[in-house]
Design a protein around this ligand. Structure first.
Ligand SMILES: N[C@@H](Cc1c[nH]cn1)C(=O)NCC(=O)O
Length: 467
């Protein structure tokens, strides 16, 4: 009988060390993603952005991923070059994008931008700084998504057959710490420095530290490669175009991917407007407003590993996704009711949304690893992220335009950071109904996934841990 040699992967300490290193960088990336979300009102007042400009800038995250198919290329690079190369490359790209974004909002870009084609105004007049910041965010988005798929693949590589869903859940949770920090640190930072771009600068410094931490991971991962080679473990197959076709033929994959774009379209774009919603609908003071949406990623950060662990030990992956989607619809419908505008309701709904935001990701990402072979996982995650990016790009823009067109209720003048500013007021009912509609469709796809799993026997309802 062949003796199976233990590798670094079999050491609990090494596995969890790897998770800490990868997750720290993830946290820095997520902080950068949302660091400008609490500044919506200030961006509108200080840089003359409209809600549409803010939506346009926010949608920038997905431009290159979607239209230049950068996510598909990222998946190919990942499956061809491996997690170490792809991880470092992605952090470099994030740094370049974030530096452009910082430059755009730190007063270097002034004036308005219009794109006229043969006398037809193709882009309505927008603040130039929002266009340049959007361009930087588009580059950042390429790196951030590339890092996301590389991190997922790295975690699966180290935790396959062990605590896989728990580890993916913890990795996502650490990302949520970044999102939570991004909800409540930017406003105090702007107040302290008097500079609206200070949070982006801090995020840039954090990401440089993230780069150093990731380099430590590459040292451990290289060692594992060597051990695997010595132990005769076959290296992953290289990327082939046929992989895309093969993954594309898997109906369960499309159900998960469609569920993903619908669910995340009702969460991440919500986060971008949540601080403003708290100020304007729930009348929460600007300095405190960020703490409420921060409960969402904070709750998710605690509960994602709980649901990941539940999935590992008890299964029920598809059922967890159905319940999470139902919860999402209930929350957004309740948010849409104008008379429900008290402080405890805001807190309660955000906590419930945090629970939904733990359930679906905790079951969704490991489920992809259960239906797609490991060698094609990078490409599969990239394809899912690509579809998801249509939502991350389109929905914030849609919400910004809807706010400007249908939801303005007036303006008020108030003191912001010691200056009198004219602040546009919005009624958030229609945006919340739009989010609820996405959630409603997500329930349908979660149900289809459960039926497909029953038919094909992928084991989504069965535990992941092999005893
Ligand atoms: N594709 C990412 C999107 C994202 C948001 N913030 C940073 N990246 C994603 O879905 N990641 C997994 C997750 O559940 O956050």
């Amino acid at each position: 009988m062949n003796e199976i040699k233990a590798t670094l992967r079999d050491s609990k300490t090494a596995r969890w060390m790897v998770l800490i290193l990868v997750s720290f960088t993830m946290m820095c990336a997520y902080y950068l993603t949302d660091a400008m979300a609490p500044l919506q009102e200030r961006l509108q007042a200080n840089l003359s952005w409209s809600a549409s400009d803010y939506g346009f800038f926010t949608s920038g995250y997905g431009w290159f991923n979607v239209f230049l198919l950068m996510l598909v290329f990222s998946g190919m690079i990942l499956d061809k070059m491996g997690v170490r190369f792809t991880g470092i490359l992605s952090i470099g790209i994030m740094l370049i994008g974030a530096a452009i974004k910082y430059w755009a909002i730190s007063g270097h870009v002034q004036g308005m931008f219009e794109l006229n084609i043969l006398g037809w105004q193709a882009i309505s007049s927008s603040a130039k700084s929002s266009v340049v910041a959007g361009f930087g965010f588009a580059i950042f988005g390429v790196g951030c998504e590339m890092f996301g798929i590389a991190a997922n693949k790295a975690v699966v590589r180290w935790f396959r057959g062990k605590e896989m869903a728990l580890a993916i859940g913890l990795n996502t949770s650490t990302g949520r710490i970044g999102t939570a920090l991004a909800m409540f640190t930017p406003i105090p930072l702007v107040r302290m420095t008097g500079d609206i771009s200070a949070p982006v600068l801090l995020a840039l410094v954090l990401l440089c530290i993230g780069m150093l931490v990731f380099i430590l991971f590459t040292v451990m991962d290289r060692k594992l490669d060597k051990e695997d080679a010595d132990a005769g473990v076959a290296a992953d197959e290289e990327f082939k175009f046929a992989d895309i076709l093969e993954i594309g033929k898997n109906r369960a994959f499309w159900y998960i991917t469609t569920l993903c774009v619908l669910f995340y379209s009702a969460v991440f774009p919500f986060i971008k407007y949540a601080v403003n919603l708290m100020v304007q609908k729930f009348d929460i003071s600007d300095s405190f407003a960020g703490y409420i949406p921060a409960l969402l990623p904070f709750g998710a950060l605690l509960l994602t590993p709980v649901f990941g662990n539940l999935f590992d030990k008890k299964g029920k992956g598809a059922t967890i996704m159905i319940i999470g989607s139902i919860l999402l619809v209930c929350v957004h419908l309740l948010f849409s009711i104008p008379s429900l505008n008290s402080f405890p309701i805001a807190i309660g709904l955000v906590i419930l949304l945090g629970i939904a935001f733990s359930m679906v990701p905790a079951a969704m990402w490991p489920s992809i690893a259960k239906i797609i072979p490991h060698s094609k996982l990078g490409t599969a995650y990239a394809m899912t992220f690509w579809v998801q990016n249509w939502g991350l790009m389109g929905v914030p823009l849609l919400i910004g335009v809807v706010l400007d067109k249908y939801c303005i209720t007036g303006t008020i003048t108030k003191l912001v950071d010691g200056k009198e500013q004219v602040i546009t007021q919005y009624n958030y009912m229609i945006p919340m109904l739009i989010f609820a509609f996405f959630g409603f469709l997500a329930i349908g796809f979660a149900l289809l996934l459960k039926a497909e799993d029953r038919k094909k026997g992928y084991g989504l309802e069965r535990p992941n841990i092999k005893e």
